[in-house]
Design a protein around this ligand. Structure first.
Ligand SMILES: C[S@@+](CC[C@H](N)C(=O)[O-])C[C@H]1O[C@@H](n2cnc3c(N)ncnc32)[C@H](O)[C@@H]1O
Length: 276
């Protein structure tokens, strides 16, 4: 079945308004495949009826959410972009820990936006456990959010396959995972307990309204799917939830240069990090 351009554009605009995710025309086949999957599931024969349903007869956004669960790209794995994580652990986190010890404020808060199936926030949990001396005297929170409900459920389960854990250093594999059967790796409960997962759309008007005082925001490989206007909206929100001196980490192909001049740019071992 063909997807007429007119309907592709209507659907694409709706998705953009609600999520910030921006699809070029070359994504028509990607969208079409998933759209028809949802139309089949709901018994819709005509695209225009499905789009009308999304706009008018889906006030709680349930069907829209099902469509988004199919459309999001959730690629992730533990210790992704290892050298950037080294910069985080050895420079930025160390600096924050030292300052906090001096201020006698033993709290660390990290916001992990677009956390997918949980590999990224659990990686940060492992790093914190390794880097913080006298861990039990600290209060640590990693808040991890994603627009896709299915990935949030998987993240809460915390069970992974070989592909996800391929970059975990062997010593950490031993220390932080159990493997009840072949190709099944379960993250330990004490790392799980560090992370609070929430289903959240970053573009929702009220998203992040009550968040504050974060030391770090990780938003890696998420903004690549947005256009500059929605990137700016999200980055402004990140700015407001970071405390002064807090850092934002983006994916290696992402930059704030066209988006925001509010952050200080720091170059650390070939990586750029942004500091409030
Ligand atoms: C490619 S994954 C990146 C996962 C992880 N950050 C990493 O770098 O390995 C992108 C994630 O961003 C999520 N995402 C996309 N748009 C979002 C939005 N508006 N609000 C929250 N999450 C979003 C997707 O569902 C997906 O799980």
């Amino acid at each position: 079945m063909e997807l007429p351009l007119e309907y592709f554009i209507k659907l694409r605009n709706l998705i953009y308004e609600r999520t910030g995710i921006s699809y070029e025309e070359n994504k028509i086949y990607y969208i079409k495949k998933r759209l028809y999957q949802r139309m089949d599931a709901g018994g819709f024969e005509r695209v225009e009826d499905y789009i009308r349903h999304l706009k008018i007869f889906d006030p709680k956004g349930r069907e829209f959410q099902q469509l988004m669960n199919l459309l999001t790209v959730n690629e992730t794995y533990f210790f992704r972009e290892f050298s950037q994580l080294q910069v985080f652990a050895e420079s930025c986190l160390q600096e924050v820990i030292n300052n906090k010890v001096e201020e006698n404020n033993r709290t660390i808060k990290i916001f992990c936006a677009g956390c997918s199936t949980g590999e990224e926030p659990y990686t940060l949990g492992i790093i914190l456990r390794e880097m913080i001396d006298y861990y039990s005297s600290w209060e640590v929170l990693i808040k991890a959010i994603d627009i896709d409900e299915n990935v949030i459920s998987a993240a809460r389960r915390g069970v992974y396959d070989q592909r996800s854990v391929k970059d975990v250093p062997p010593a950490y594999m031993h220390k932080y995972f159990t493997s009840p059967s072949k190709d099944e790796y379960v993250i330990n409960q004490d790392i799980k307990d560090m992370v609070v997962f929430e289903h959240l759309n970053l573009m929702e008007r009220r998203a992040l309204r009550y968040e504050e005082n974060y030391d770090f925001v990780f938003c890696r490989n998420v903004l690549i799917y947005f256009d500059d206007v929605s990137r700016k909206q999200v980055v402004d929100k990140f700015y407001s939830i970071l405390r002064t001196g807090g850092y934002i980490f983006l994916g290696h192909a992402e930059s704030l240069s066209r988006i925001s001049s509010s952050f200080k740019i720091r170059r650390l071992s070939n990586h750029i990090v942004y500091q409030r």
